[in-house]
Design a protein around this ligand. Structure first.
Ligand SMILES: C[S@@+](CC[C@H](N)C(=O)[O-])C[C@H]1O[C@@H](n2cnc3c(N)ncnc32)[C@H](O)[C@@H]1O
Length: 236
């Protein structure tokens, strides 16, 4: 891959990040449409290939964490904001056989079907809206690289807790820069929401660990993320 391709990918990804930050103050429907259009365009222009060039480690690292906490490979797992299915693929490699996918982008879900790792597909927006999923359905909810402006925000937790079995897990990561720059989770906002849920007896806050998010061989750059592990106590 030529240097010029890496430069193009880096420039485009930075533009998308800036656009998402700017869009945060727009009306919710407008933000959602912008996000859907952005992924529809990116999926058709080699999201998976771009991620390979950038050395995207988030799905691999998160799957490693999931396998440390969830030993039963028959567990029902929901991959939220599943995108093209990179996390699902890592989970399948580790032996999980009952994985469902949820994403607001139809193009992403359709693309992920080709990987044949998911059983059920939900084209749904994750926020405070009710999802068409029964209470206590999943042993684990996982989410790679989706928290941030115009993406998934902390208002998703009440639905995530509702659809997780008591004793089940919510395991996700957040790009380190998003925790500093993004309105929805900066200045400790995300941690505050989690600590409040823990104080109310809804979850146990088991872990927050720094992981590699991207490690690009070509330019030697490394980006980090934080992986959060919550255990659901009650889902009321
Ligand atoms: C950067 S991609 C990450 C995809 C995948 N998890 C991975 O690690 O490759 C973000 C995905 O999250 C989805 N997404 C963002 N915000 C969402 C929301 N609020 N509800 C559902 N899906 C969302 C997008 O459609 C996109 O497919």
């Amino acid at each position: 891959m030529a240097e010029v391709d890496l430069q193009r990918i880096l420039t485009e990804i930075e533009k998308r990040r800036v656009r998402c930050r700017k869009q945060e103050s727009a009306a919710p429907e407008e933000s959602l449409q912008m996000m859907r259009d952005m992924y529809a365009e990116w999926i058709n222009n080699d999201y998976d290939k771009d991620m390979e060039v950038l050395g995207f480690k988030s799905p691999f690292e998160l799957a490693e964490t999931i396998s440390l906490f969830i030993s039963d490979k028959n567990s029902r797992v929901l991959d939220c904001a599943s995108g093209t299915g990179l996390l699902g693929l890592e989970l399948k490699k580790r032996g999980y056989i009952r994985i469902d996918a949820l994403d607001a982008s139809k193009e992403s879900l359709d693309y992920s079907r080709g990987k044949q790792v998911y059983t059920n597909y939900f084209c749904e927006y994750l926020g405070h809206n009710r999802l068409p999923i029964e209470n206590g359905t999943y042993d684990a909810i996982c989410m790679s690289a989706a928290f941030g402006n115009t993406h998934v925000r902390p208002d998703c937790f009440s639905e995530l807790l509702r659809i997780t079995k008591p004793g089940g897990y919510v395991i996700f990561n957040v790009r380190a820069e998003n925790l500093i720059l993004d309105e929805c989770c900066k200045s400790g906002k995300l941690d505050d929401v989690i600590h409040k849920m823990a104080a109310k007896g809804k979850v146990e806050f088991l872990e927050k660990k720094r992981h590699v998010y991207m490690q690009c061989e070509q330019n030697g750059n490394t980006e980090y993320c934080y992986a959060f592990v919550l255990r659901v106590i009650g889902n009321k």
